[in-house]
Design a protein around this ligand. Structure first.
Ligand code: AMP
Length: 414
């Protein structure tokens, strides 16, 4: 089955076409047919795409909205120019899996998109006003372009965290705010945390119940999850992806009183302050330079800039603080698992985070850490009580597999 995996943003559309089915899943033999991204939708859009058989292609096209972008993409996939032999026409796309950001309290797992499910995603718009509307547009566009007979599945960023106990998801606010407005912690990056926890247990030959890990997704967005017995018991992101770790442009945890203070002193509306916390803070805010960790590390090496150093220190300190807190929350863990662009590739950031966790039994193996770049590896010593692993995330693969399983009416084993 050729599954088109879509991750829609306000002006971008990431995609992958993956051939998978029950047999391929069992044999871990899914085939990545092509992948790419459409950026700057709304004007002269930039399309980048690559397939296993043809090199990276980059072109531009005037694409007014998500629907036009998707139509263009499907036409390109089916064209000779793409070199994709498995897809001769749109009819060779058998199903679509969508990354949907917020599933609220309603969705504890992936779901085939029916009118009722679509209404459920719409009901969560209040909780993710910047994200869910794009996901809905993309679902509608796919339905229109491919027809109602092509099954579509929603895979929610929040769903994996459904197992959080009340004590972890409830904010200490007047309880009626939870009742009236569903204000609580939901957690995000669920597909990524779920995937790396699954790969960890495959690598170590463990059952789900034996899986006790802290997963750290460190990319442009960053979050941690405390996973006990295979399911999260706590996570760092909250009602929105703003809470928790320091991120590329998001502040993570701050004293909520700061919002009003910034609004008053800087003459900003609450909405503008929220934007500032989401888009001008984090690594970018402290360094005053960039949200890109690679650039920051180069800058630190070349110029030892004070604010760059501070940004990196605050980033790593916060991550270490969460590991300590989660170890206490979950009564100890067997391993810390690093993933995301930074977690998978930056030996230095991993070392900085792990340094100071020796008390918890984590002994980093310098040599293993330095060789673990973008690949699955243990980076702690063999006698480390708290192990450390690098496991590259693969949300698209999980979305494609969930799509197959949902269509077959199977539960999701990973
Ligand atoms: P993601 O959102 O998962 O794509 O991650 C993006 C982040 O990963 C950016 O801050 C990148 O600078 C960072 N990143 C990617 N490769 C490296 C690397 N080799 N060293 C440090 N940071 C990296």
């Amino acid at each position: 089955m050729n599954v088109l995996v879509l991750n829609s943003g306000s002006s971008s559309l990431k995609f992958q076409l993956i051939a998978t089915d029950r047999e391929r899943i069992q044999k871990n033999a899914d085939e990545r047919i092509c992948r790419g991204e459409v950026e700057r939708i709304g004007g002269e859009a930039i399309v980048t795409a690559e397939s296993e058989k043809s090199p990276r292609q980059k072109f531009t096209a005037p694409l007014a909205d998500l629907s036009a972008a998707l139509e263009y993409l499907i036409r390109w996939i089916a064209s000779e120019e793409s070199g994709i032999s498995q897809v001769q026409s749109a009819a060779d796309i058998h199903a679509v899996g969508h990354r949907v950001v917020h599933g609220g309290e309603m969705f504890s797992e992936s779901a085939i998109i029916t009118d009722e499910v679509l209404k459920g995603i719409e009901d969560c718009i209040d909780l993710a006003p910047l994200h869910n509307p794009n996901n809905i547009k993309c679902i509608r566009a796919a339905r229109q372009i491919l027809g109602p007979k092509v099954p579509q599945v929603a895979v929610f960023d929040t769903a994996f965290h459904h197992s959080l106990p009340e004590r972890a998801y409830l904010y200490a606010l007047p309880y009626h705010l939870y009742r009236r407005h569903h204000i609580r912690r939901y957690g995000f990056h669920g597909t990524s945390h779920r995937y790396v926890a699954y790969r960890y247990r495959v690598l170590r030959n463990l059952t789900r119940e034996q899986t006790h890990v802290i997963t750290l997704h460190l990319g442009n967005g960053c979050s941690a999850a405390a996973i006990r017995g295979g399911y999260p018991v706590d996570t760092s992101m909250g009602m929105t992806p703003l809470e928790g770790l320091v991120m590329g442009t998001r502040s993570g945890d701050i004293d909520p009183a700061i919002v009003n203070l910034i609004a008053t002193k800087e003459g900003l509306s609450p909405h503008e302050v929220e934007m500032l916390l989401n888009t001008q803070s984090g690594l970018l805010g402290i360094s005053g330079l960039t949200n890109d960790m690679r650039v920051l590390q180069q800058e630190l090496k070349d110029h030892d800039d004070r604010r760059v150093r501070l940004a990196i220190e605050v980033f790593c300190y916060r991550a270490r603080k969460y590991i300590g807190a989660f170890l206490a929350c979950m009564g100890g863990a067997d391993a810390v698992v690093f993933t995301g662009g930074i977690g998978e590739n930056s030996t230095d950031i991993r070392a900085r985070i792990c340094t100071g966790l020796e008390w918890a039994g984590l002994k980093l193996d310098k040599n293993r850490n330095e060789h673990a770049i973008g690949k699955e590896a243990q980076i702690s010593t063999d006698d480390s009580n708290l192990k450390a692993f690098v496991i590259p995330t693969d949300e698209e693969l999980l979305i494609a597999r969930d799509t197959v399983r949902c269509i077959a009416g199977e539960p999701h084993p990973s």
